[in-house]
Design a protein around this ligand. Sequence first.
Ligand code: ATP
Length: 347
Amino acid sequence: MIAQSQNGTGKTAAFILASLSRVDTSKPFPQVLILSPTYELAIQTANVAKQMGQYCQDIKFCLAIKGEGTHRGRKIKEQVIIGTPGKVMDWSLRYKLFDIQKINVYVLDEANVMIAIQGHHDQCIRVHKKLSKECQVMLFSATYDQEVMDFAEIIVPNPVVIRLRKEEESLENIKQFYVVCKSMDEKFSALSNIYGVISIGQAIVFCHTKKTASWLSEKLTKEGHAVALLSGNMSVSQRIAVLNRFRDGKEKVLITTNVCARGIDVEQVTVVVNFDLPVDQKGKADCETYLHRIGRTGRFGKIGLAINIIDGPRTTIFLKQIEDHFGRKILKLDAEDVDELEKLNKD
Ligand SMILES: Nc1ncnc2c1ncn2[C@@H]1O[C@H](COP(=O)(O)OP(=O)(O)OP(=O)(O)O)[C@@H](O)[C@H]1O
């Protein structure tokens, strides 16, 4: 099955329910393999799985991620393994901690990334090749590139395909705006104004580089805001600690880079700010990442706000590319106009 559904619409519950219903609890060995692209997402998915599985006490879960040690000789008895591709590949093919032929459900969450990123792609395929012919393969994602889709159809023979049209991919419940600035300092002041005026549940601010993210977090902290910083150069345990504090509402604003763009589900996030618009390797607007980023708000039908800060002709072009791609207008906002900002609270 190849399934697509918008960000925050509950794909996790869908594949977990489908997976749990296929577990035979009388058999003490892995029957379901769920792969996530990152450590954080694997943990989040495992938490959802455990919550949903609490009504079937006999189903046991195992996390296959960095830091989860196993003895080489140990055989895994848990029926559901949730992990990242590298670790799952090691445990299954290298150390043979379980019999991959006995897996009857294989799920690739965030399938687009799993297939598009070279390292993940190779690992997923190597595991996939060893699965039995009867194993059901399920791919879930909010977006699919055509290339990825073509490839997905090769690895999933005769798939049931549930797809969205392009214009259905972006959600109506997320209102999108842009603010025009001329310099980094103006961008900072726009963000500060937005933060001061809009009543924010919690916000995620995306930057292009780790450097900008730390600069911004330092500057906001100096202004007295309680902000958290999450970037790729932190250790995985540091990243989890930051996310947990954010989930608990200890900080209202999370400043991050693309590491946090996909899958992370924090219900109270009401605003996403693109301090920098996402750009792909060809130097064009990265529409897919844009969609995943703004999808951190507006979870499961809630109202969300996405504000894009642009700073010159190049980013204006990116914004236009994003508008054209999704066929949805992004409205101009004056970050100096307090009345206009306040109106957003009421709308
Ligand atoms: N049936 C439901 N009723 C109420 N809330 C639900 C239901 N199903 C899922 N949710 C909630 O919706 C939120 C989003 O779910 P989830 O993280 O699975 O979305 P997703 O489709 O995987 O999003 P993304 O594409 O961003 O990864 C979660 O907080 C989840 O608890």
